[in-house]
Write a protein that binds this ligand. Sequence first.
Ligand SMILES: NC(=O)c1ccc[n+]([C@@H]2O[C@H](COP(=O)([O-])OP(=O)(O)OC[C@H]3O[C@@H](n4cnc5c(N)ncnc54)[C@H](O)[C@@H]3O)[C@@H](O)[C@H]2O)c1
Ligand SMILES: CC(C)[C@H](C(=O)O)[C@@H](O)C(=O)O
Ligand SMILES: [Mg+2]
Length: 363
Amino acid sequence: MKKRIAILPGDGIGPEVCDAATKVLTEISRLYKHEFEFTYGDLGGVAIDSSGTPLPEETLSICKQSDAVLLGAVGGPKWDTLPGDKRPEKGLLGLRKELDLFANLRPVTIYDALAEASPLKDEIIQGVDLVIVRELTGGLYFGEPRERRGVGEEEVAVDTLVYSRKEIERIVRKGFEFAEVRGGALTSVDKANVLESSRLWREVVEEVAKEFPEISYSHMLVDNAAMQLIRNPKQFDVIVTENMFGDILSDEASMITGSLGMLPSASLSQDGPGLFEPIHGSAPDIAGKGIANPLATLSSVVMMLTYAFQMTDEAQALSEAINDVLENGYRTADLTQDEKTALSTVEMTEKVIDALTKKVVIS
Ligand SMILES: NC(=O)c1ccc[n+]([C@@H]2O[C@H](COP(=O)([O-])OP(=O)(O)OC[C@H]3O[C@@H](n4cnc5c(N)ncnc54)[C@H](O)[C@@H]3O)[C@@H](O)[C@H]2O)c1
Ligand SMILES: CC(C)[C@H](C(=O)O)[C@@H](O)C(=O)O
Ligand SMILES: [Mg+2]
């Protein structure tokens, strides 16, 4: 059956890594005889430039009519001085809200071949396999009021951190469900020693835990969690946390794998189309140079195949192809000190496609 995929390349390296993804999806459609239909939409800075708004109606409607959405990244210096509600990032936040993508999964998987790319010691990172389940449509990112008022020394800026019981319940339940599927444990991360919203969060975790008597769980304060992720990341299996803490902890966790260019994500709603994107941004410092690591985006395609299309064989083959390429020593610039041997985005993508094709044709 035909699968409709909305492609939102966005800004900076977004188009470069999205190209990698569409090439790989095209190869998968050839190998497995699927039909993937790509419809492109503008989001972020490119959308501001083309239509004056970071999330045009047309883009939203393309996404709503799709079976899955693939996103590159949004933002960049060109739009940094725009007011908050006109910035590229507002387009992404609006899309997450409109599609009700409350559950953001950010898996942290270690590739043995990349051990030396991580700044952490081998014995600390070997065997790490964790997933951050980040609440994505609430908290500080969306709370009202959000405003600036007053002038001079009296000027104040307000952001509001608000969570309803219902919002917490649904993400915490997702966290427990993932822990159940993985046969693991749940760590709920909060700041309950200071924040009222975190105290409600903790209460809700205690209540939802009763539905999962066989899952062991614990609470951890976010500052300690940030430290523990570096000290002993193996202690974690599923981490469930609110929007902003999840944003920060996931960039931190990416260094366990060696590069921000490695971490994928899936943002899911209750029943609508999911959105799949690397966790990294538009990387203005390397945009246009053709050197971005496409693997976070290709691993996001693995998550799309798994969660949106239930194509488990295809997902496994692509995931193994990524592993094979790394085992064979291929690296983009972010993963090696040796500039001379570093592959471009296009070359790395070709290596993955070769490995995938060989794997599928032989099996
Ligand atoms: N989901 C998104 O669209 C998203 C996520 C994060 C940041 N942003 C936006 O991106 C812009 C730049 O933000 P930033 O510089 O703080 O974060 P960033 O993630 O874009 O880059 C941080 C560093 O990591 C490197 N990097 C990131 N992705 C890489 C890849 N695939 N391959 C190799 N190196 C990679 C960059 O070169 C840079 O040195 C900002 O406008 C920000 O708002 C967007
Ligand atoms: C660009 C920004 C709005 C976004 C976030 O903070 O959620 C990004 O950092 C991410 O991690 O996806
Ligand atoms: Mg982030």
